[in-house]
Design a protein around this ligand. Sequence first.
Ligand code: ZN
Length: 235
Amino acid sequence: MFFAGAEATARAAVTLPVSVGIVRQNTVGIRLVLRTAALWGTVATLAACSASISPMRPNARSPVVSDIPEESPKTAGLSDLDYFEEYPLMVPVVGVEPEKVPDTFKQARGGNRTHRATDILATLGTPVVAVAPGKLLRLSNNALGGITIYMLDANGRFLYYYAHLDRYADRLKAGITVRQGDLLGYVGKTGNAPVPHLHFQAMRWDPKRRDYWNGDPVDIRPYFRLSGQERTTRP
Ligand SMILES: [Zn+2]
């Protein structure tokens, strides 16, 4: 069935430009066209971040990070699995459950590269929240990632990168500390994203390197434990 369906979809794609008048009279044809559109949408999504992969240097001077210590001794000896058992990670898009986050880390990208990040599809304007407590290192806008945030987690272990935002949350600025679930911004398609989604990347933090955006990417998806939810209680 799969192959038959794929073939039908392919035929619809081929005949689409010359058969619009016929398709209008044909509900089966309409379904095929819709399926084709959905397929094209998927393809566009998979290629959404073709260039926004690490390394992606911010388009301005690096922030001062001298006040950020090395990873806390209490967590430095932990494996990633143990670390995230102790500090459960939240999905950065509100309303998305951990098991719904797609595996896009190893997807191929242009130039024999791999994505090395996680793309989470969501409606334009869906709230984006902090995956963990941390500190915002940088808010920047660049051609590939669009409106972005670089955030260091509170234990100094991971750098988190959020890209393609539609806009930032009010009063957001570099240097502030955030708690897990704090509103950071909204899902968008700024930069090279043809469809709204969040490009989220975790990189291992090394305080000794100045090009912090080049840290080793870590496939963070298996460690999500909490559904994306905006923190509403304020002290
Ligand atoms: Zn991406």
